[in-house]
Design a protein around this ligand. Structure first.
Ligand code: ATP
Ligand code: MG
Length: 347
């Protein structure tokens, strides 16, 4: 039996948005009550995209502190749990190498995130972007985490993590048993794809997920957007000419309407059916005004706290340093065992 432990990460690329909040961070906060949690700002993942996309050194530092501030502002307690940035714990990279030799090319060739992010110019994508899911498996398994809260888009990467764990456990089965770790050294991690909204879509295109890396700022509501920006983006959000349905079944094949109702429901902590009882039959304009007001009411306290926290980078850095030191104790222990299991001679 593995000790129950939660791990998850958010990349410090661009602006945190409503999808990150409703799909991941709200869940991170809730899980603190039941589990020991490790929340990581995955800066090594951030640099897998082209430099002009992740923004360069100053931008990376700024975004790393901003994601940390968002964690704390949303209610993550860095004293009770662990908050740190990935690059401060070298064991993530070290375990990635071992996993690179466990994972199969065929497995990685199926990863849809790589295909989407690399786009047409695949030859020019970084090797890091291709290897991203293996680093993610190492992030999780270096803590032997049993549960990983993520949005729907990360489901495939979690399946790969389980495949890597399983193959490692099988390939090294005798060595694992001989070292006294029982039949399995790594747990088969469970994804926790739950919470208010597991897949928030772009405001400009109801078939694409809301993303930090989307070139259009109009496609997403950023946690730091002010009330006017939020109202404008929601007013301009793509919709269809029909009025809102009164029943949930009426949202089928209406991706944009479904998305906006889903966001309202998630923020109001109500089922979609209740939202439609209130707004069904009415025009989008009235609903959009209510949605903008609700978004501002829910997000502005977080934005204000993020702003306050980011004004003190020394405090943020001290949280990350302390978190990294505590994370490293666990990661180093795993790495020692992995080296023994694989057969690397060590001090
Ligand atoms: P990028 O476009 O750079 O990949 P991102 O918006 O996907 O950025 P990540 O840092 O990759 O953000 O993901 C952080 C967490 O947010 C993950 O758990 C991911 O599943 C979740 N997430 C991202 N986008 C959405 C979304 N649109 N709806 C719900 N959850 C999401
Ligand atoms: Mg992503």
């Amino acid at each position: 039996m593995f000790k129950e432990r939660v791990f998850s990460g958010v990349q410090p690329t661009g602006n945190l948005h409503l999808g990150n909040y409703l799909g991941a961070i709200v869940n991170f906060v809730a899980l603190q009550k039941r589990y020991e949690c490790i929340y990581c700002v995955v800066d090594m993942h951030a640099i897998t995209v082209p430099l002009n996309v992740w923004g360069g050194p100053e931008e990376l530092r700024r975004n790393t502190r901003e994601v940390t501030a968002a964690f704390i502002a949303a209610g993550i307690d860095p004293k009770k749990h662990i908050v740190f940035n990935q690059s401060q714990v070298a064991e993530h990279a070290e375990l990635t190498w071992v996993f690179n030799c466990v994972a199969r090319l065929g497995w990685l060739n199926r990863m849809t995130q790589f295909k989407e992010k690399a786009g047409k110019d695949r030859e020019n994508a970084s090797i890091g972007l291709y290897d991203y899911p293996v680093l993610m498996a190492a992030d999780i398994l270096v803590y032997r985490a049993t549960h990983v809260p993520v949005g729907e888009d990360q489901k495939q990467h979690l399946e790969l993590t389980r495949d890597i764990a399983q193959k490692f456990n099988n390939d090294f089965g005798d060595s694992i048993r001989a070292r006294g770790f029982g039949d399995a050294f790594f747990p088969l991690t469970e994804p926790l794809i739950q919470g208010p909204a597991t897949r928030v879509m772009s405001l400009r295109d109801g078939t694409k997920k809301m993303s930090k890396s989307d070139a259009s700022d109009q496609s997403r509501i950023n946690l730091t957007d002010d009330a006017d920006a939020i109202a404008l983006k929601i007013r301009r959000a793509k919709t269809d000419p029909e009025p809102l349905p009164t029943e949930e079944a009426g949202l089928e094949k209406r991706a944009e309407a479904d998305n906006l109702v889903g966001i309202y429901a998630a923020l109001a902590e109500k089922p979609k059916a209740d939202v439609l009882k209130e707004f069904g039959g009415g025009q989008f304009s009235a609903f959009k005004t209510a949605l903008a007001d609700l978004s501002v009411a829910k997000l502005s306290p977080i934005a204000a706290e993020m702003k306050r926290l980011t004004q003190d980078p020394a405090y943020i850095d001290s949280v990350l340093a302390e978190g990294a030191a505590r994370a490293q104790v666990i990661a180093a222990e795993t790495m020692k065992a992995v080296k023994d299991i694989v057969g690397f001679v060590r001090r």
